[in-house]
Ligand binder design. Sequence first.
Ligand code: PNS
Length: 176
Amino acid sequence: MMLGSVRAMRSREGDQPRRVVCPGSYDPVTNGHLDIVERAAKLFDEVIVAVLVNPNKKGLFSTEERVEILAEITAGLPNVRVDSWRGLLVDYCRQHGVAAIAKGLRSVSDFDYELQMAQMNRELSGVETLLMSNNPAYGFVSSSLVKEIAHYGGDVKNLVPDVVFQRLAAKFSLPR
Ligand code: PNS
């Protein structure tokens, strides 16, 4: 029964492919993000990992770097592609025929914020949001903590994909 409904997220022959977007800042992408993208790729025909550009926030990595890193770490997932977008997420969804937004939930505090955005996005456009429970192994991992720890020379090797670790190590002169 559950498996049937999961399969239903994929299109039937002749239908439009079912596309989902995994949006985020990805500054940088963590193992927790990657887990969600991999699981979404098993449910949908196509996954778009979209780096949302926030003009008010200067990140550690440029948008181009984030896209490059994401493309590298998802290269082995044939139904995943990476894009970037400046503007409302719902406009991206409309323009790219995206049926749903998928995001990971680590905690109750994530839930409050994510639920508000999910409701707002549905109000604005009718697009649905799927909040996926995070792998508990990564429940404590966030991009901002990874940056802070790397900044002070701490070990972030097990928190991020190796491509990200190498880039952080280069930026903060971390031992490899
Ligand atoms: O990784 P983050 O920073 O938690 O991701 C938040 C993000 C980028 C998904 C969210 O801020 C977003 O959707 N920004 C795009 C602008 C937008 O649509 N704002 C209205 C949200 S209801």
